[in-house]
Design a protein around this ligand. Structure first.
Ligand SMILES: *Cc1c(COP(=O)(O)O)cnc(C)c1O
Length: 363
């Protein structure tokens, strides 16, 4: 068996230990004679599983008691609509546009009310996080929306915006569980799990309890009401059972490594190896302002599109896969999520150094 180093932005690498455990339990989960994929979501076994999964996440993130954790389908993209439908009581919300995902969420919200773009970094291809200390927050705004880690551009908020007392809603898809967070700073934080937690097909949303009500837009489909899912403990309809199971395993893996502080230290160590090299390289350079760099997604270029393509191909042949940048920006991007081992980043950098020795003169 030969596994590659997978730098995909999502679906993305999972811890090998977790995959092995799932393999062991594939035919018989804890002596019940069936796979989690086959069992009823109404069974006691599954009920215990989902409750344990939620409890582990609660412990990892120290989620306060007045927050609910919902496991829902439709990916992060469905939340772009669910959030305004459930939260826009006054028909107004403020969005900070730091990339494609924030922009998509903002465009979706415009269908349901007035969605203001109160700041944007579009002027410099989203290569930085705008100053959010004194934004023109609308007095009527029901919430302020951010995308906290910008998967495509590789930027991350190092400080949350000053929302002037308004509720903060954050898409944390690509930085979920990468470091400790203070859940109470948010009204909602949510993310698709396929970036940093589990297989594709689910979103986890952590929502302050008082925001889960029947007071939603009148046309809101039953399945798009937070309350529907909260009242049914995320099992109003058949949930993504296997994904919940896999996420649960990843939560236990993170706990075994020491929780989110340990995860942060590990992620900082990995990111430093790559950024330090990019800062000194004669061939490669990062595309993001230093103070806003993401620990998770690291975009870089050689400055020559053809050489970028040569690099991506050579890297793939050497076992470093999915390094091609997002189709809208080009270049390269290394996603170094929680499950990427330090060794994967060290080896990538060694490979980049070798490539540089061979190609730097040809620039
Ligand atoms: C990938 C991603 C999304 C979209 O997720 P889907 O689950 O495919 O809808 C949204 N936001 C961010 C920040 C992402 O990285």
């Amino acid at each position: 068996m030969s596994r590659v180093y997978n730098f995909s932005a999502g679906p993305a690498v999972l811890p090998e230990e977790v995959l092995r455990e799932a393999q062991e339990e594939m035919l018989d989960y804890r002596g019940c004679g069936q796979s989690v994929m086959e069992m009823s979501h109404r069974s006691k076994v599954f009920d215990d599983l989902i409750n344990e999964t939620e409890a582990d996440l609660r412990e990892l993130m120290q989620v306060p008691d007045n927050y609910r954790i919902l496991f829902m389908q439709g990916g992060a993209s469905l939340q772009f609509a669910m959030i305004p439908m459930n939260l826009m009581k006054h028909g107004v919300a403020d969005y900070i546009i730091t990339g494609q995902w924030a922009k998509k969420a903002w465009q979706e919200a415009q269908k349901y009310g007035t969605a203001n773009a109160v700041a944007s970094s579009a002027d410099r291809t989203f290569s930085y996080i705008p100053d959010c200390s004194d934004l023109p927050i609308d007095e009527r705004a029901d919430y302020v929306y951010i995308c906290e880690n910008n998967t495509i551009y590789g930027t991350k908020y190092k400080k949350l915006p000053n929302t002037k007392g308004k509720l903060l809603v954050s898409d944390v898809s690509s930085c979920f569980l990468s470091e400790p967070v203070n859940v109470s700073d948010y009204g909602i934080l949510y993310g698709g799990v396929q970036k940093n937690i589990g297989p594709a097909g689910m979103v986890i949303s952590i929502i302050r309890e008082d925001l889960i009500t029947d007071d939603v837009m009148p046309f809101t489909p039953t399945m798009m009401k937070f309350k529907t899912h909260a009242d049914a403990n995320s099992m109003y309809n058949t949930p993504n059972c296997y994904c919940i199971y896999m996420c649960g395993k990843v939560f236990k893996w993170i706990k075994s490594l020491g929780g989110l502080s340990a995860m942060k230290a590990r992620n900082e160590e990995k990111a430093k190896i790559l950024y330090d090299f990019l800062d000194e390289s004669r061939l490669f350079h990062g595309t993001v302002v230093k103070e806003d760099r993401s620990l998770m997604n690291v975009p870089f270029v050689t400055g020559d599109k053809e050489l970028d393509a040569v690099f991506v191909k050579a890297a793939e042949e050497a076992g470093f896969v999915n390094l091609k940048g997002h189709r809208t920006v080009g270049g390269m991007r290394a996603s170094i999520y929680n499950a990427m081992p330090v060794e994967g980043v060290q080896k990538l950098v060694a490979f980049m150094k070798e490539f540089e020795r061979e190609h730097a003169g040809l620039e």
